[in-house]
Design a protein around this ligand. Structure first.
Ligand code: ZN
Length: 133
């Protein structure tokens, strides 16, 4: 498959781990990422393009070993789509701006949304003290 024009830039900008998650759709091992226990107030942004994705205000302790959020920070910055990888139907979560894979969303989250956005730390960067853009 031919790489998109900007794939080379992602390869330069991202670490190998970030690249494999964001651009190849891999999942980091549970409890391995730097943000699953992270409790500071701020904005989680896309590591590849800086787009605002998830606010610390919607982060919750899911016990899964991945950063978990019950809502997105800015509607329109995150898109979802069907993922049939590994023979299992899941809903994939992607960054709208750069198309990076972020994680998956499940329907077993807390109120008010009932959603659990299960996101790889490797797909995120953190900006303290910004909860809304
Ligand atoms: Zn992005």
């Amino acid at each position: 498959m031919k790489e998109k024009a900007n794939e080379g830039e992602f390869r330069k900008k991202l670490t190998p781990e970030q690249y494999s998650v964001c651009r190849l759709g891999d999942t980091e091992p549970a409890f391995s990422g730097k943000y699953y226990k992270h409790k500071e107030k701020g904005m989680y942004v896309c590591v590849a393009c800086g787009s605002n994705l998830f606010s610390s205000g919607t982060k919750f302790e899911s016990g899964t070993g991945w950063p978990s959020f019950y809502d997105v920070a800015t509607k329109g910055n995150v898109k979802t789509g069907d993922d049939y990888g590994f023979g299992v139907h899941r809903i994939e979560v992607k960054c709208v701006k750069c198309g990076s894979h972020l994680g998956h969303v499940f329907d077993d989250g807390p109120k008010p949304t009932g959603k659990r956005y299960c996101i790889n730390s490797a797909a995120l960067d953190f900006k303290p003290n910004i909860e809304r853009h």
